[in-house]
Ligand binder design. Sequence first.
Ligand code: NDP
Length: 246
Amino acid sequence: MPSEHHKTVLITGSSRGIGRACALRLAQDGYDIVLHGKSMSPALEETQALVKEAGANVRVLTFDIRNRESVRKILTEDIETHGMYWGLVVNAGISHDVTFAGMEPEVWDEVIETNLQGFYNVVQPLVMPMVRARKGGRIVTVSSISGVMGNRGQVNYSAAKAALIGATKALALELASRRITVNAVAPGLIQTDMVDDFVTEHALPLIPMKRVGQPHEVAGAVAFLMSDEAGYITRSVIEIDGGLHG
Ligand code: NDP
């Protein structure tokens, strides 16, 4: 079944977890999908098969979002060949938790480079092509409630995710007159590879809804922000956290 409106959305980090759920939901909503992972993996292949099964046109890009030059080259070549994306979901990210007193420099750097520099590396080369396409567009960043509240053991991650919210809001101002909306989602504890049983056990008592969230519950908010109905929403942060922040 061909996609309905042929709007293409790139979702970084869509081999698994939240990114995969976003890709599947957006495929069901009729978008053409560009998947992305750090490298080709069985998970990424499986996501590709699932997106295809949902009836969407799909292609796959692989690059390390920390590698500025190769990201720019691969994205530029992809849009020259296939045309500019309508939407971006800036989702790829990592956490590496340790108390700040014991945080080695490389642990600080890898989390900042992936979550924050990754935003620059992916979004900056695409901004002018998106503006020049004159079709409007959508950018959704995946921050974290950790960037809103601060979280013990996550000084690096909270810093990167808070910075991502600042970047999102500032970029929203720069692109508003071009009908390109820029918003963030800030998930709480979502059941993916990123979260282990130890973290879940300790966090559960703090979550008013007393359960972890599921990736599709983040994907629902991302799909809404991507939709026509959300055309007047920009510079906002949607918290998806079972009431954790409030
Ligand atoms: P997963 O660990 O399940 O997936 C991470 C994804 O990011 C994978 O697709 C991975 O690709 C990709 N990725 C990681 N590092 C790189 C890199 N250097 N270059 C390219 N791709 C990379 O995580 P989640 O689905 O849980 O997280 C997705 C986003 O949601 C992240 O930004 C995370 O910070 C955020 N988030 C998650 C929460 C949670 O509780 N799970 C809560 C709040 C926010 P590959 O498979 O190839 O390694």
